[in-house]
Structure formats: structure tokens, C-alpha cells
Write a protein that binds this ligand. Structure first.
Ligand SMILES: [Fe+2]
Ligand SMILES: [Fe+2]
Length: 222
């Protein structure tokens, strides 16, 4: 097996992590910060979190792939999301490798409430449906970024913390790309819709949740 996270690559990762860790624009975009309780429970359940992270990378690529098929005439979307799919699949391989290194066997983990909770508000007619899907994509990417950054500061696994910091750059670009694509397909401002999803997303992150997932709310089971 090729080792994607070789010593050379880790060196690059460490350098990149130092180069860019400012995610203040992400914090400004999101309506709520990750709670201390989620972080406390998450750092004690890293194997489960890594399994869910692997699922998220695969789903991120799948969702983008669906958009590529559905909106074949939007050239900018084709180019941006083709790159995104490549990056998410690379992340997927990297997370698999980190799981293998830690002896974490693959386990079936059903999705939490987060994505469903966002997509249930997606309008069903075009171009509103496309705009909403892209805005939701922006929130999921922005939240991933915020959580990687917060987790990197509290976990003891140094290599994993470095890896989470390395992910900030691409996840923050994914958030920006999704948001720009959403605005690119309409002459009207999308601000109202962004504000709506900001509230829905904050509620999902700040309210009690009976499950731990990468994008879950405040754990209410401990
Ligand atoms: Fe990713
Ligand atoms: Fe991403």
C-alpha cells in the first residue's frame, strides 16, 4: 500500500499547518462555536469520530458528484467541484490510513441528524433548490473547518492534530467555493437564505443531541 502520509508529506503538512491557521472568517460566518462539552466527549471517542469523519469525506465527494451530473452546463461549478471531489477522496484515503495506523477497524456508523436537519429545509424548485444545496454545502464545509481547528487544539494524538490543521486550508476553500457558486447563479442577493441556514445550523450544533458524530450537537448522554 502507498503511504499517503509519509514522513515527507507530514513535513509538508506541518509547514502548511503553521502557515495558515487563521479561520476568523469561518467563525464570523457560523452562528455558534463548538461547545466545550462536545470537545470533551469527542476527544475521548476518537475512534468513533474518525469513522464518522471517513464517512463525511466520502459523502462530501458523493454530494459534489451529484451536483456535477445535475448541473452539467454550469462550467464554474464543474471545475470547482471536480477539484473538490478529488480532494475529498484524497482526505478519505488519508483518514483510512490514519485509522489503519491506530488499529481502528471499519465499522458501520449511521449518519447523525445534522445533514438531514439542513437538507429538510431545501426548496424543491429551481434555481432555489440549487442555491439552497450550495449554501448548505458551504455551512457543512465551514463547520468541518471550525471543528478540525477546535479538535486540533485539544487532542493528545499529535499526528492527528497536525492532520486536522492541514485540512483547514482545503475545507475553508470548499466553503468559499460553495458560497460563491450559490451567489453566481442568481442576480438576487442570497443573504436572507444564508441567514436562515445560519440559524438552522447553529441550532443543530448548540442543542442537545443523543449521538456523537463529527457534526453533532451538545452531547446529552454523559
Ligand atoms: Fe474533506
Ligand atoms: Fe471539504
Amino acid at each position: 500500500m502507498t503511504h499517503i502520509l509519509s514522513e515527507d508529506n507530514l513535513q509538508v503538512i506541518a509547514t502548511n499547518a503553521k502557515a495558515k491557521t487563521d479561520i476568523s472568517h469561518i467563525h464570523a460566518f457560523l452562528g455558534a462555536k463548538t461547545s466545550q462539552k462536545w470537545l470533551d466527549v469527542a476527544k475521548d471517542n476518537l475512534p468513533l469520530l474518525m469513522q464518522d469523519h471517513a464517512n463525511c469525506e466520502k459523502k462530501a465527494a458523493g454530494t459534489a458528484m451529484n451536483l456535477i451530473f445535475r448541473y452539467e452546463f454550469h462550467r464554474d461549478l464543474q471545475e470547482k467541484l471536480a477539484q473538490l471531489v478529488r480532494e475529498e477522496m484524497l482526505h478519505y484515503e488519508q483518514v483510512l490510513e490514519l485509522m489503519t495506523e491506530r488499529g481502528i477497524a471499519w465499522s458501520h456508523l449511521p449518519a447523525g441528524r445534522y445533514a438531514k436537519g439542513l437538507f429538510k429545509h431545501k426548496r424543491t424548485y429551481e434555481p432555489a433548490s440549487m442555491i439552497d444545496t450550495l449554501i448548505i454545502g458551504a455551512f457543512i464545509e465551514a463547520r468541518s473547518c471550525e471543528r478540525f481547528s477546535a479538535l486540533a487544539d485539544v487532542i493528545d494524538d499529535e499526528k492527528l492534530a497536525k492532520y486536522y490543521k492541514y485540512l483547514l486550508k482545503s475545507e475553508s476553500r470548499h466553503y468559499e467555493d460553495y458560497l460563491a457558486l450559490a451567489q453566481s447563479i442568481t442576480d438576487e442577493s442570497i443573504d436572507e437564505r444564508v441567514a436562515f441556514f445560519k440559524e438552522v445550523e447553529s441550532e443543530l450544533i448548540s442543542s442537545p443531541d443523543s449521538e456523537l458524530r463529527f457534526h453533532s450537537g451538545v452531547p446529552d448522554f454523559v
